[in-house]
Every structure is written in C-alpha cells, then in structure tokens.
Ligand binder design. Structure first.
Ligand code: 2HA
Ligand code: ZN
Length: 272
C-alpha cells in the first residue's frame, strides 16, 4: 500500500489541514509527530528506504530505540502538507540506542524533521513510559487566544488551569490534571525540551509563554480535541477579560460535584 494512503498518514494529514484552518499555523508555525504502530511499520516496510546516514537527536531517549515516527519537516508549512505530503513530512527511524535518527521516507526535496524534534522525542519518551505505550501523538501550535493570555495572566500552572477550567464546564472533564506553563524560552533547544518534559510528567498540556501550546495524547482525535478545547476556553477568557472581567463563575463546590458525577479525578491542588 502507498504510504500516503495508509489510515494513520491520512489521519495525520487531516490534523495538519484542520489546524491550519483554525489559524494555528501561520507560515511554518507549529509541528506535529506520531509514533507509528508496529503493524503499520510492517505494512509499509517495502516502501521505506533504510539509510546509513544518522543524525544525533540531541537528547537520549533509550525507550524509543527502534521506533518509527511520522513528523513534520523543519521550516515546512502546515498549509502544504496535504498538498504534497512527500515534500513536507517524513518517516524517521530512531536507532537502537535512542540517540540518532535517520529519514527513511519523505522530505523528498530535502530537509530535516521539525526544529522541535528533541522536545517531541523527549516527551514521546516520557508519555510512552507513563501511559505504558498508549500515547502516540505530540502536537505543537500557535493559537491566538492562549498566546494572548500569556501576556496578561500570571505564568503559573494554577492560574491558567483555574482560568481555563472556569470558562467552559466540560474543560475539567477534558483536562482533569490541569495545564502547565513554561516561561518564555528560546524554542527548539534542549532547555525547552527539559522544561516541557517536567510538566508532561504531570499534564497533557504545556503552555509556552508568548509562543503557543504543546500537547500530548493517545490518538489524533483526542490530541487535536485537547488543543481545540484549551484554545476555545482561552478565547472565552479573552472575551470575558475584554468585557471587564468575571462577575460570576462556577463555584469551587461545583467542580467537586462535577468530578463526582463524571467520575473524574480532578486535581484538588487547583481548587483551593
Ligand atoms: O516554526 O513552531 O516552535 C516551528 C515552531 C517552533
Ligand atoms: Zn512554535
């Protein structure tokens, strides 16, 4: 089967299209990666071109040794992925040590995986371990409203979590662990990878101050849905602030009742 006709590739491309239409991916903004299932690797193996050219990842991720990832290219535009997947995304193989990668399909006109690849892989590694292999998706985008909030709200996990939970009743159900906030940092390096990794041990969402959102999930629907929910809640928050601020909100006991009825473990530390 052609790689671009595989269901996981079609699902990946749909996210890049939907994210662009949402306005989250100006120019080359944002990046996206997926840890491919072994049965899908088997199905496409004859189309992959093993290469002896390996590049250091920049971080060490031993539990990802031997895995294959589908990932957007550095400097490539999300807008163009669906128009020509072969030139804008790649399948990458991680060597057995988890320290180097090689491109085995895609980026046909040249290029490298996203500049945020070290952060993606470090967080794939953390989530793979924490979820016993369930989580396969890492997604980074530049949504307007969450970025706007990082200029106004204190850059604290508790402040952002409570603000986002309060703006839409079902938010606590969708991200019961809350969200973490990374202070402004230079993108693409080891430091932002480590800072994000610390938060990803606790949350599925990290907000990068004055930059965007970084999130993790089990599959494409849940990860895109998480990004969408966080950004929609941020949009409501921006509107509420623009209208002069809250006059009333969901009471603390309301969150506890919600948690009970929906059978979720709501992080109590954000409720006091
Ligand atoms: O341009 O979004 O964070 C890609 C990015 C880097
Ligand atoms: Zn970015």
């Amino acid at each position: 089967m052609r790689i671009t006709e595989m269901e996981f590739v079609e699902g990946f491309i749909r996210v890049t299209e939907d994210g662009f239409k949402k306005g989250w991916h100006e120019r080359n903004g944002g990046n996206f990666s997926y840890r491919i299932k072994p049965e899908d690797v088997t199905a496409i193996r004859s189309e992959l071109k093993p290469s002896s050219h390996f590049t250091p990842i920049g971080v060490s991720v031993p539990n990802l040794g031997g895995e294959y990832f589908l990932v957007t290219g550095s400097g490539k535009f999300m807008r163009n992925v669906s128009l020509c997947p072969e030139d804008n995304i790649a399948i990458v193989y991680i060597d057995e040590k988890g320290e180097n990668y090689s491109i085995v399909w895609g980026l046909e006109k040249g290029g490298t995986p996203t500049s945020e690849f070290p952060t993606h892989l470090m967080n794939h590694s953390i989530k793979k371990e924490l979820t016993k292999g369930k989580y396969r998706v890492i997604y980074h985008s530049h949504p307007v409203n969450i970025i706007a909030l990082t200029f106004v709200l204190p850059l604290e996990d508790k402040v952002f979590t409570r603000a986002l939970w309060e703006m839409m009743t079902e938010c606590p159900v969708i991200f019961p662990d809350g969200v973490g906030v990374v202070p402004w940092m230079v993108p693409g390096g080891r430091d932002i990878a480590i800072a994000t990794g610390k938060l990803m041990k606790k949350y599925d969402v990290a907000i990068w101050a004055h930059h965007g959102i970084f999130c993790a999930g089990e599959d494409f629907d849940n990860t895109f849905g998480l990004m969408d929910t966080v950004e929609k809640s941020a949009e409501i928050c921006v509107k509420v602030l623009a209208m002069g601020g809250k006059r009333q909100t969901i009471p603390v006991q309301g969150f506890r009742d919600l948690a009970k009825d929906f059978n979720i473990d709501l992080a109590e530390e954000f409720l006091d």
